[in-house]
Design a protein around this ligand. Structure first.
Ligand SMILES: *Cc1c(COP(=O)(O)O)cnc(C)c1O
Length: 391
């Protein structure tokens, strides 16, 4: 484990320098590696050292730098990078499960995560969905054959915060592995290991890139899980992160803490300012004392995160008028970007859910998800208030 603090790790952990002593991390844009002799090739296929690579689907020096850096800040022994966040979620679950296994998952999940649970069902894994915020439901659903529990620590888009420590205690009593999709918590505010998570998954596409350039993902966990369970599955199924994208993510990590803390501070200012606004029927932000899981959010993140969800009074028509009147804030569906982004989940990211499921998840026609960027918070507030006045 690293002896440095997070900010130092974000800039230096995992760095590998070539014989040229380059300052900025090199992009090793190569899929293969040359061996000095046939004997050396043979030896490397039997066992590779930490700086010995075989093929970029298995590992690459730039990708390895990214994996070591994220593991250092997450506080896990190891990490494996993937081509996208979904490849990371799929890899974490599929690599450890087989027909007959049982999984318990929170029902408020990103659409693609729900799809992966459906695929697992097709291959004979039994999945039970629960209200993630209700520990008695987790307790009622786990049993001796439960191999894994899966949850998003903060749900999208309604920002329910799940008590990771409480769920982990319940899961560990039956020997289940706790897999946490921690995108909304961000690596900056993550205390997932401390809370009892065994495997932590990020879509690096979001805050880690932070400038909306590349897709990427990463799974963090013990050396045993990452190298003995996950790596064999991922290296043979081919969801490897491109070395170029790994380099973009490495550079993103350098400024991650600065960006995310600034975004979270602006998010709190905006949520506080907009609470009680006459055009809004709800302001949802875990950093507000009135949020149903405020205490848990403070304990497991120490902040409310970088996303604020608003419900515009007047339904979809009012929400669309609000979106269309924004000038700085862009209509798009990424999050964690330096640029502020707004999404209308009911007609975009969650469009395909049947109306009953939308209602159950609280995805109402007036709901909008606002990912707070790093712009001047005064400018953002003025943009939001002007657009609200147009509703
Ligand atoms: C975006 C996201 C994903 C998927 O990540 P991609 O990089 O788009 O594949 C998974 N989980 C959550 C919570 C996300 O926000």
């Amino acid at each position: 484990m690293s002896k440095w603090k997070t900010r130092t790790n974000l800039v230096h952990a995992g760095a590998r320098r070539s014989q040229y002593g380059e300052m900025s991390e090199a992009i090793f844009l190569t899929q293969g590696f040359v061996y000095g002799s046939a004997e050396e090739a043979e030896a490397r296929f039997i066992e590779s050292g930490p700086d010995e690579f075989i093929y970029a689907r298995y590992g690459n020096p730039t990708v390895r730098m990214f994996e070591e850096r994220i593991a250092a800040i997450e506080g896990t022994e190891d990490a494996f990078a993937t081509a996208s966040g979904m490849a990371a979620v799929n890899g974490a679950l599929t690599s450890m499960l087989k027909a007959g296994d049982h999984v318990v998952a929170a029902r408020a999940l990103f659409g693609s995560c729900l799809y992966i649970l459906d695929i697992l069902g097709r291959f004979g894994v039994e999945v039970t969905l629960v209200d993630g915020t209700d520990l008695t439901q987790w307790q009622g659903a786990v049993r001796a054959g439960t191999r894994a529990v899966f949850l998003e620590s903060v749900s999208n888009p309604t920002l329910e915060v799940i008590d990771v420590k409480g769920v982990a205690e319940i899961a560990h009593r039956v020997g289940a592995t706790v897999i946490v999709d921690n995108v909304f918590a961000t690596p900056t505010f993550s205390k997932a290991v401390e809370m009892g998570a065994d495997v932590i998954v990020y879509s690096a596409t979001k805050h880690i890139d932070g400038s909306g350039r590349c897709l990427g993902g990463v799974v963090c966990g013990t050396k045993q899980f990452i190298r003995k369970v996950l790596e064999p599955y991922l290296k043979h199924t081919g969801a490897a992160l491109s070395p170029f994208n790994a380099w973009v993510m490495l550079k993103g990590l350098e400024t991650l803490d600065l960006r995310v803390r600034a975004q979270a501070e602006s998010a709190l200012t905006i949520a506080t300012e907009l609470e009680g606004h006459p055009k809004l029927s709800r302001v949802i932000f875990p950093g507000l004392p009135g949020h149903a899981q405020h205490r848990i959010a403070m304990e497991q993140m120490g902040a409310g995160g970088t996303v604020v969800t608003l419900e515009i009074a007047g339904g979809q028509a009012a929400a669309f008028r609000f979106l269309n009147a924004l000038e700085i804030v862009k209509i798009s569906n990424n999050l964690g970007d330096a640029k502020s982004i707004i999404t209308h989940p009911a007609t975009t990211t969650h469009q395909r859910l049947p109306p009953e499921q939308k209602a159950q998840l609280g995805i109402t026609p007036g709901l909008v998800r606002f990912s707070v960027g790093i712009e001047d918070v005064g400018d953002l507030l003025a943009d939001l208030k002007t657009a609200l006045a147009a509703v």
